[in-house]
Design a protein around this ligand. Structure first.
Ligand SMILES: C[S@@+](CC[C@H](N)C(=O)[O-])C[C@H]1O[C@@H](n2cnc3c(N)ncnc32)[C@H](O)[C@@H]1O
Length: 320
């Protein structure tokens, strides 16, 4: 964390209240980020505790190392939470340090302040930057390369599916037209293409409405990083790595993410959400839900840290 990138962990007190940290606690943080939650959790742990932090973003790992690297209880691992299971370094750490499973697992989904506020990362339309948007800057196509590979239809579908944007079709056409005419290089160019369809009017600004490009940027970011692709599977894997009585805390930032978290945790708690009254097959009850409706940030947090407004924390405890 630097003065240029102030970072406030979201729902911090709610996470601390809901994760149970026994002596010699074993904690897995699958989205270490800048280590904000990690710092607060480690402050509550004794000297025999161990904390494994995973992040796919090399810059985030460096920032967390600079902040917490001197804490011998912490190990930092490069990787994506959907891929880490079964990887040698991860399994070796678990076998050695957490053979009975974890007491607490945290997933604080989405982008970090560092990513959003660094123009060079290309996540935000507020400052001009290259159209990158990759969380792992060492792998995969940039947002511009991803856009280049789309057709009107596939781009519109992604903007609709991941941004819930009703004007997805004209926006997709405007973006691809800008690309074909050599006018799409930066985040400002992308925002301009969206604004040509949905202008950010003075009236919208006066009403402090979100920028009309927000949903399109969210959609392209989710597509570029494959953010929702294996989330349900990763939640199940995380639960398998909890010891009985251990808890998983997941913070999501938009309704698409939260729906997957909610449905997966409900299913694993034996609740049937499908059509009809009863599940065609009995659902195993592996977890119990703590606060069935999820926990939103307090009014005070929404005021002091506006990006937290859309956050929701869901917590599940492994029972078998
Ligand atoms: C909201 S931030 C976490 C902030 C962190 N809890 C803190 O207090 O500093 C989300 C982090 O998760 C990382 N991330 C997102 N998706 C990931 C994935 N699939 N695997 C691993 N890390 C991921 C991002 O790179 C980012 O650093």
């Amino acid at each position: 964390m630097t003065a240029a990138h102030p970072h406030v962990p979201v729902l911090l007190y709610e996470v601390l209240d809901n994760l149970v940290l026994p002596p010699a606690a074993r904690i897995l943080d699958l989205t270490l980020g800048l280590g904000g939650h990690a710092e607060a959790l480690l402050a509550r742990c004794d000297a025999d505790s161990r904390y494994l932090g995973v992040d796919r973003d090399p810059e985030a790992r460096e920032a967390a190392k600079a902040r917490l690297g001197s804490d011998a209880r912490l190990n930092i691992l490069a990787g994506a939470y959907e891929e880490v299971w079964g990887e040698h370094a991860f399994e070796a750490w678990c076998a050695l340090q957490a053979p009975h499973g974890f007491d607490a697992i945290l997933m604080d989904l989405g982008v970090s302040t560092l990513q959003l506020k660094s123009p060079a990362r290309g996540f935000s339309f507020r400052d001009e930057g290259p159209l990158d948007m990759r969380m792992n800057t060492e792998d995969g196509p940039t947002a511009l390369q991803w856009i280049e590979a789309q057709t009107d239809t596939t781009l519109a579908d992604a903007i609709y599916q991941f941004g819930e944007e009703r004007a997805s079709r004209p926006i997709a056409r405007a973006i691809l037209r800008a690309f074909q005419e050599g006018r799409l290089h930066t985040t400002s160019d992308l925002a301009e293409a969206v604004h040509s369809v949905l202008p950010m009017t003075a009236a919208l600004r006066r009403q402090h409405r979100s920028d009309t490009a927000t949903r399109t940027f969210q959609a392209i970011r989710i597509a570029v990083n494959g953010e929702l692709v294996r989330l349900a599977e990763s939640l199940e894997k995380a639960i398998q790595h909890l010891r009985p009585g251990g808890r998983l805390a997941v913070i999501s930032f938009h309704s698409l993410e939260d729906r997957i978290v909610k449905q997966t945790l409900r299913r694993l708690s034996g609740i049937y959400d499908g059509p009809g009254r009863e599940s065609p097959v009995p659902l195993p009850k592996i977890v119990r839900l703590i606060h069935a409706g999820g926990i939103p940030p307090s009014d005070a947090e929404c005021q002091s840290n506006p990006p937290s407004r859309s956050a929701r924390l869901r917590v599940a405890e492994r029972i078998s």
